[in-house]
Design a protein around this ligand. Structure first.
Ligand code: TXA
Ligand code: MG
Length: 341
């Protein structure tokens, strides 16, 4: 199969909508990362997503909608969901709610809850409206790879596997949506993202963060969100994170970098203001703040692979605000290899 990658305009969006209605899968931009979409109400169409991504069948998908009225047929809406939708939709927030029968089991990996999100990206919205269907879409990477924040990343992973990718330029947020479970008494963040726990608490009064957000699951432990138990975002290089003051972290990274044998190609990920601490060693700039790190991190991990990097040393961020989302992704990319300096 040849994969077309077309600038997202009204003609290509109409073509993508036609493909979705015909049971095909297509790539499209959202404000978080690129997604790989299928008609969420069609079992065979959704199966094509799992095949193209090589995604484990026990990891459920997010269903994307363009209007609040599209939510009602899919799930049982509660008061918390209404308030969060009013505050944060359209936007980078996914809500887990009890599912209704119309949602095929393949979408939810057999769970009795379903993940719903209303994206704000104009191309995503136009596509959902044009096909008139809820769209099941995971991130558009092959399973285990960093999520795509450019159409070129998605083409790298999906070339020959899907008919079409809509190119809408770089994604704004850069990390996937916040996933919050609303199936219990207290809203629980299962995956941190652009909508922070503080923002959710501002609306609901109370919110908790699943503790598996910042640690690996123990052997045999049940995952609150199936996505947490799978290896994620990993570059081919071995990656280690360093916590501590900027000076202590830089001193430790410099000495480990300099001690590597010549056969290794090392890369240091650092905040803009710390780059001078690393002299002429190979560095990549995470930007001036957490939001820019979120925007850049997946692209930098892909670039490290393209540059045949074998060892990545990275600075860290405080686990608050968007920093929690960045650290959640980096900790998984590093296989939770985190050093205190
Ligand atoms: O920003 C995003 O959310 C992107 C764009 C394309 O919208 N999508 C995305 O999908 O990141 P994906 O499949 O890569 O991540 C979905 C996450 C997974 O961790 C999955 O386990 C979790 O949501 N999830 C989905 N349904 C769930 C459910 N019923 N209960 C618990 N977790 C669920
Ligand atoms: Mg994903």
């Amino acid at each position: 199969m040849r994969t077309l990658c077309l600038p997202a305009d009204s003609a290509s969006i109409a073509q993508a909508a036609q493909l979705l209605r015909a049971g095909e899968i297509v790539g499209f931009p959202t404000e978080t990362v690129y997604g790989l979409g299928a008609n969420a109400l069609s079992d065979p169409a959704v199966r094509k997503i799992f095949a193209a991504k090589e995604r484990p069948a026990d990891n459920p998908l997010i269903v994307h909608i363009a209007a609040l009225a599209d939510m009602e047929p899919l799930c049982h809406i509660n008061d918390m969901a209404r308030r969060l939708a009013a505050a944060f939709w359209p936007g980078p927030l996914t809500m887990i709610l009890p599912k209704k029968d119309i949602v095929p089991a393949v979408v939810t990996a057999g769970l009795d809850s379903v993940a719903i999100r209303m994206p704000s990206h104009p191309v995503a919205r136009a596509l959902i409206e044009a096909c008139g269907l809820p769209i099941a879409a995971p991130s558009g990477n092959r399973s285990g790879r960093p999520s795509p924040t450019l159409a070129a990343h998605m083409l790298e992973d999906m070339d020959g596997r899907i008919p079409l990718i809509l190119d809408g330029g770089a994604c704004d947020v850069g990390v996937e949506s916040t996933v919050v479970a609303l199936t219990g008494d207290i809203a629980t963040v299962l995956r941190p993202g652009g909508i922070t726990p503080d923002m959710l608490a501002g609306v609901l009064g109370q919110v908790q963060v699943a503790d598996s957000v910042m640690r690996p699951l123990k052997e045999g432990e049940a995952a609150p969100s199936p996505g947490m138990k799978h290896k994620h975002y990993a570059p081919r290089a071995r990656m280690t994170l360093y916590e501590g003051t900027a000076e202590a972290v830089a001193a430790r990274i410099r000495s480990e970098y300099d001690a590597l044998p010549e056969t290794e190609r090392a890369l240091i990920l650092a905040a803009s203001e710390h780059l001078p601490l690393y002299g002429n060693r190979r560095t990549a700039d995470l930007g001036p703040d957490e939001a820019s790190a979120a925007h850049r991190v997946f692209a930098l991990l892909r670039q490290a692979d393209d540059d045949r990097i074998t060892r990545v040393f990275s600075e860290t961020y405080p686990e608050s605000g968007v920093g929690l989302a960045v650290m959640n992704r980096m900790a998984r990319a590093a296989g939770f290899d985190i050093v205190q300096t």
